[in-house]
Design a protein around this ligand. Structure first.
Ligand SMILES: [Zn+2]
Length: 375
C-alpha cells in the first residue's frame, strides 16, 4: 500500500464503515446509530449533545453535535452528515469484494450517508494520533434528512461557531461541489367522490379515482425546465371492485431553483385537481407544504476555494454542479451559515443496488483531512 502522509488508515476506515452500515437507522429510528456515535465521540474525549428534534418530528433521536476545539487563530469549520437512511434498512449485511461495498442484495447499503460519517470519524482518529493545526471543528450528525431535511430544519444553527462548513451528502465523486440546489413543495391532495354499489346503482356514485385520473392526465410532470421538476409519487384509494371509490389520495412534489417557478407550478397542479373535481361534482382538498428553501452560492466563496484547493492537492477532479435534490445544506444556508455539499462517491443510493468504492471512501477522508488542515 502506498504510504500516505495524512495517516488515513484504509483498514480502520473499512471496518468503521461496515460497522456503521450494519446499524439499521431508517428515518425516525436513529437511536442505535446515535448511541454508537455518542459513545465513539466520547471516546475521543469530546463533549456530545443531542437536541430535542426527535420529540418535535416524532422520531426517537435528536441531532448530535460536538466540537473538537482547535487553534483560535484558524477559522472554525463545521462538518455535517445525516444518520438516517431510507427504508429497506433492516438487517443490512455488508459484502466487501474487489474494493467495493454492497449490501447482500435485499437492503440498501446506507453509504448515504454513512460513508460521510465514517470519513469524519476516521479524520478524528487521525487527529487524535497525530495532532495537526486546525480551527474549532464542529460536527453535526442529523436525523430525518430523508424525510424532507427535518433534522437540519430543527437544528439551531445559531449555536455554530463556524461561519461556513461542509455537508457531505452528494453522490458526485470526491472533488464534486454543489453550488446550487432546489427548493421543494409537497402536495397532498384528497379527491372526495361518492360511494355506491358498482353493479347495482353505479349512477349514484362519483368515482374519486377516475376524477384523480382526469387531473393526472393533464399535469405537467417530469423535467419542466432546466431548473424545475415535478412528480406524483403516491396514489391511494378504493376498497373493492364492487364499490365506487369515494376517496383518492395523491401525493406529489415540485422542485425548482427558482422559488417563483416552483410556486406557480405548484398552484397549477393543485388547480387541475380542483377543476377535475368540480367538473365531476366531487370535492377536493389540496394541501401544499413548503419543505425547504433553495440555495445558490458563488463558486468564488472561501468554502469552495478551500475545498477546491484541497481536492487539487490530492489530484481529485474538481467540478462544480447544480443538484436536483435537497440536502441539509439547504437548511443550513437558509439559516445564514455557508454550507457546500460535497460529493462523496456513493452510488445508486436508495436502491438495493447501492454501492461504494473503498477508493472513494478513502478519498473522502483524505479530502476532509486536507480541508481541515489547510485552514
Ligand atoms: Zn443523503
Amino acid at each position: 500500500m502506498e504510504q500516505q502522509v495524512d495517516g488515513i488508515n484504509e483498514e480502520r476506515l473499512t471496518q468503521e464503515f461496515i460497522r456503521l452500515a450494519e446499524i439499521a437507522s431508517p428515518s425516525f429510528r436513529e437511536r442505535g446509530i446515535a448511541d454508537y456515535l455518542k459513545h465513539r465521540l466520547a471516546g475521543f474525549g469530546l463533549e456530545v449533545t443531542e437536541d430535542d428534534t426527535g420529540d418535535r418530528i416524532g422520531g426517537d433521536t435528536g441531532n448530535i453535535y460536538t466540537c473538537l476545539p482547535g487553534d483560535k487563530n484558524s477559522p472554525a469549520l463545521f462538518l455535517c452528515a445525516h444518520m438516517d437512511t431510507v427504508n429497506m434498512a433492516d438487517g443490512v449485511k455488508v459484502v466487501f469484494k474487489d474494493g467495493v461495498f454492497r449490501s447482500e442484495g435485499s437492503t440498501i447499503l446506507g453509504g448515504d450517508d454513512k460513508a460521510a460519517i465514517a470519513a469524519i470519524i476516521e479524520v478524528l482518529e487521525v487527529l487524535r494520533r497525530q495532532p495537526a493545526q486546525h480551527g474549532d471543528l464542529e460536527i453535526i450528525f442529523t436525523v430525518g434528512e430523508e424525510q424532507g431535511l427535518l433534522g437540519s430544519k430543527h437544528f439551531d444553527c445559531s449555536r455554530l461557531k463556524s461561519e461556513f462548513g461542509y455537508v457531505l451528502d452528494s453522490d458526485g465523486d470526491p472533488g464534486t461541489m454543489i453550488t446550487a440546489a432546489p427548493a421543494q413543495n409537497q402536495l397532498d391532495v384528497i379527491i372526495r367522490g361518492r360511494a355506491a354499489h358498482a353493479g347495482i346503482e353505479p349512477e349514484r356514485g362519483i368515482n374519486a379515482i377516475q376524477v384523480a385520473g382526469q387531473a393526472l392526465a393533464r399535469l405537467p410532470l417530469g423535467r419542466i425546465d432546466a431548473e424545475t421538476t415535478s412528480n406524483i409519487g403516491v396514489i391511494q384509494g378504493g376498497k373493492a371492485t364492487n364499490i365506487i371509490p369515494d376517496s383518492c389520495f395523491i401525493q406529489g412534489e415540485v422542485r425548482s431553483l427558482d422559488r417563483a417557478k416552483m410556486d406557480s407550478l405548484t398552484s397549477k397542479i393543485g388547480s387541475e385537481f380542483t377543476r377535475a373535481a368540480e367538473a365531476a361534482g366531487a370535492g377536493s382538498e389540496v394541501r401544499v407544504t413548503f419543505k425547504y428553501p433553495e440555495f445558490h452560492l458563488d463558486r468564488d466563496l472561501p468554502v469552495f476555494r478551500i475545498a477546491a484547493g484541497a481536492a487539487g492537492k490530492l489530484g481529485l477532479k474538481v467540478s462544480y454542479e447544480t443538484s436536483g435534490g435537497g440536502s441539509d445544506a439547504n437548511n443550513i444556508n437558509a439559516a445564514g451559515r455557508t454550507a457546500a455539499n460535497l460529493g462523496i462517491g456513493m452510488k445508486q443510493v436508495h436502491t438495493t443496488e447501492e454501492f461504494l468504492r473503498l477508493s472513494d471512501l478513502v478519498a473522502d477522508a483524505r479530502w476532509l483531512w486536507e480541508i481541515i488542515t489547510s485552514l
